[in-house]
Write a protein that binds this ligand. Structure first.
Ligand SMILES: [Zn+2]
Length: 70
């Protein structure tokens, strides 16, 4: 088990793909976070970042949160 970076709840860590980490949160669903995001100051704006990532994702893709979503 790991913790959702958005809400801090326990979340499954998905198999690592490329330059991102994947999470499966009971509240936020499955999504990916670019490794570079963990190095920036996110100021608690994870919820809006996920909204932007979801809007960008194609139907067969998981949302991928990037640094520019913050
Ligand atoms: Zn969550």
């Amino acid at each position: 088990m790991d913790n959702c970076p958005i809400c801090g709840a326990e979340a499954e860590r998905l198999p690592k793909t490329g330059d991102s980490e994947g999470f499966d949160c009971s509240r936020h669903g499955k999504f990916k976070v670019a490794d570079s995001v963990f190095a920036i100051e996110t100021n608690g704006r994870w919820e809006s970042a996920l909204v932007k990532a979801k809007a960008r994702a194609k139907v067969d893709e998981l949302p991928l949160i990037m640094t520019y979503d913050f």
